[in-house]
Design a protein around this ligand. Structure first.
Ligand SMILES: [Fe+2]
Ligand SMILES: [Fe+2]
Length: 273
């Protein structure tokens, strides 16, 4: 099987179209780095392609890494930063090293970003299903869903914790909310955008379930009278990538391909004291 055959299998049976329709997003899905004619020696699936993940793939002798999050760190100038180290290739160590590991080991980097968030059975759907919610509406990169019976905010957050098993769950905004019935599920960093908090409220959701909440969105949710439940970006989406891995193995098996596939969990990089 060549890399392009693998991509064809995934794109025809597992992922959807990107739910954000622009050139940048289209470039975040499919083979982003590598050679489509390479033979696939083995596949590693991970949520974020950290250097640990890339080194592990190389050590296994596998040459395809399938991932969801950004490969390189994205920098913008900031007024308090005097020396913009990231502009200097000799000093920008992390991004340069990521590139070196990929080139040295002939890794093919295959990314499914919003094509997996929005896929049938993808990141958002799997959260709706495993949290025992009923789907009300499929929205771009998000799902409006309801609980079978209304619960308290505390109870809903505990349900999220028991399914995703994150290191922590942040509950923010209107902490006095006594009834959760309708939830807007946005897999990933939706809780950093006030516009998405607004959307949740406009759709009649009492809770936005999404990650990367900020002080601004906490207060904005409070002003709107809704709550944000944030289980952390890592836990929220690594959960769905495990589903991608299961689906990929199943699909390759069905088509008779005997190529090794391994899931690599990203090491936790945060804890609460
Ligand atoms: Fe995502
Ligand atoms: Fe994400």
């Amino acid at each position: 099987m060549r890399v392009k055959d693998l991509v064809e299998i995934i794109e025809s049976s597992i992922v959807s179209k990107p739910c954000i329709d622009n050139k940048e997003e289209r470039g975040k899905n499919g083979l982003v780095m590598g050679n489509p004619d390479d033979d696939v020696k083995g596949i590693v699936v991970a949520w974020k392609p950290t250097r640990d993940v890339l080194r592990r793939a190389a050590k296994l002798g596998y040459n395809v890494v399938i991932f969801h999050e950004d490969l390189l760190y994205d920098f913008k100038p900031h007024p308090i930063v005097k020396e913009e180290v990231w502009r200097n290739p000799a000093k920008a160590r992390v991004n340069a090293d990521i590139g070196c590991i990929i080139l040295r080991n002939g890794l093919n980097m295959v990314r499914y970003h919003t094509t997996w968030d929005d896929a049938d059975g993808g990141n958002n759907d799997v959260l709706v299903k495993d949290l025992g919610l009923r789907l009300l509406e499929r929205l771009p990169c998000s799902r409006l869903a309801e609980l079978s019976s209304p619960t308290s905010l505390e109870e809903f957050a505990r349900r999220v914790a028991s399914v995703l098993k994150p290191p922590h769950v942040i509950v923010a905004g209107n902490l006095n909310l006594d009834r959760v019935e309708r939830v807007l599920v946005v897999a990933g960093g939706g809780a950093k955008h006030p516009a998405i908090v607004d959307e949740a409220a406009a759709l009649g959701a009492q809770v936005l379930l999404s990650a990367d909440v900020t002080a601004d969105t906490m207060f904005y949710a409070y002003e709107l009278g809704i709550a944000i439940v944030d289980p952390g970006h890592h836990a929220m989406e690594e959960y769905g990538m495990k589903e991608f891995y299961r689906r990929l193995k199943e699909e390759l098996g069905r088509k008779g391909y005997n190529v090794p596939v391994e899931f690599i969990e990203n090491k936790p990089v945060a804890r609460v004291i």
